[in-house]
Design a protein around this ligand. Structure first.
Ligand SMILES: [Zn+2]
Length: 400
């Protein structure tokens, strides 16, 4: 990844990412990192200066749940892993051009997303920082009727071995667990529990030993209970949260990743049937908004996560996730924090990302309009992206 120049930014309004807003501040950027943020004059001297006094500057978005390997529609024929890696790199680039400077890929196939991450890190491809779980860990047949298509485990020892392989061989940045069936796997019931507490606990222990987080895909109540008991850090989807779940999540500082963009997107494509219609036929849709409002209303930490890559869930449209959050009761400040600091927390990298503060990576977006007035300003008024201190003009690199 390219390291940006030495530059000082004069910022009209700085949205820090943790709820604070600072006016008329200067930000010094050097070596890809934020060197200083001050209202009283920069201490260092910088080679270049940028006047952003009429701009709104905030941390780049962090979309903490995507699948880069997928196309917009299900593939008419099976695509090779190599093909999916090329598509993954292009999907990641599209996300970057919409203001997403960090992506977490939460379940791919084989080593595709690792390859995309490594290529971006090496400067072979242009894309956001990527945090990759590798394949989702599931029970046998949990996500596919095709044998061996996923990392299938049976029993705690087998789960532990697979988690160790992901973490040690591939440098997985977090672990993704299949705690229940899924809408996108029609042979399963989304509410049916899948991995056992023992299997998930073994994976959590291995992830936590090396400081990594555990994300659990859950729809049904029993699966959520199992994931919490097993030590998961993030509940993904989570439509059936009970009062007890919410109390425990708050107590432990767990995160809910409601993936609103994918559910609201399905609703707009119901006439196409398939996975879109299954959000209705499984009863998942009717639980989505009340569940989100309840969890948010009671103070559960909520993170951005679009599930981009699922059918008709486009890369490049990622900021919409925050717009749905605001439609369903969040303030714009809370939505910004969900898309920055909280998402960084979900993969345990809030010491390096998620806010505009000294010592963090210089991953910023510059907006012409105020996202705290209208959250869609992130999508509609993006002027520049700064990644690792390097400036990118999203308007000069059009989408395919
Ligand atoms: Zn997903």
């Amino acid at each position: 990844m390219r390291v940006g120049a030495s530059v000082e930014l004069s910022v009209g309004k700085l949205i820090v990412g943790d709820g604070r807003v600072l006016e008329d501040v200067e930000v010094g950027v050097l070596g890809g990192a934020i060197r200083e943020v001050t209202k009283s004059g920069l201490e260092e001297s910088y080679a270049d200066a940028l006047d952003l006094s009429d701009m709104y500057v905030m941390p780049g978005l962090f979309d903490a749940h995507v699948h880069v390997r997928y196309g917009v529609k299900p593939d008419p024929e099976e695509r090779s892993n190599e093909y999916q890696a090329v598509r993954g790199a292009e999907n990641a680039r599209k996300a970057l051009m919409s203001g997403v400077t960090s992506l977490a890929d939460a379940g791919g196939i084989r080593n595709v997303a690792f390859a995309v991450r490594n290529a971006i890190n090496d400067g072979v491809a242009l894309g956001p920082r990527m945090f990759v779980s590798g394949e989702m860990i599931t029970m046998t047949g949990g996500r596919s009727k095709k044998p061996g298509f996923r990392l299938e485990v049976n029993g705690a020892d087998s789960a532990r071995k697979v988690a160790r392989g992901l973490l040690m061989y591939h440098g997985a940045n977090f672990i993704k667990l299949g705690a229940t069936g899924a809408i996108s796997s029609p042979h399963t019931g989304p509410r049916h529990p899948q991995l056992t507490v023992e299997e998930m606990r073994a994976c959590s222990e291995e992830a936590h030993k090396c400081g990594k987080k555990v994300h659990a895909h859950c729809y049904g109540e029993e699966g959520i209970s199992n994931a919490i008991e097993a030590g998961a850090d993030v509940i993904v989807h989570g439509q059936t949260l009970t009062d007890d779940h919410i109390a425990t999540m708050k107590e432990r500082g767990m995160i809910l990743m409601p993936t609103l963009k994918t559910f609201c997107g399905h609703l707009e494509h119901l006439d196409e049937g398939g996975v879109h219609a299954r959000i209705i036929t499984t009863g998942i849709w009717e639980e989505t908004e009340p569940n989100f409002r309840k969890a948010h209303g009671r103070g559960v930490t909520i993170s951005m996560g679009t599930d981009a890559g699922m059918p008709d869930n486009l890369f490049g449209d990622n900021p919409r996730d925050l717009e749905y959050m605001v439609e369903w009761g969040m303030t714009t400040e809370q939505a910004v924090q969900a898309g920055t600091l909280n998402a960084a927390k979900s993969v345990g990298v809030e010491d390096r990302l998620g806010t505009v503060e000294e010592g963090k990576y210089a991953d910023l977006i510059f907006l012409r309009e105020d996202p705290l007035e209208e959250i869609s300003a992130i999508r509609t008024s993006l002027e520049r992206v700064m990644l690792n201190g390097a400036l990118i003009d999203p308007k000069s690199t059009p989408f395919l």
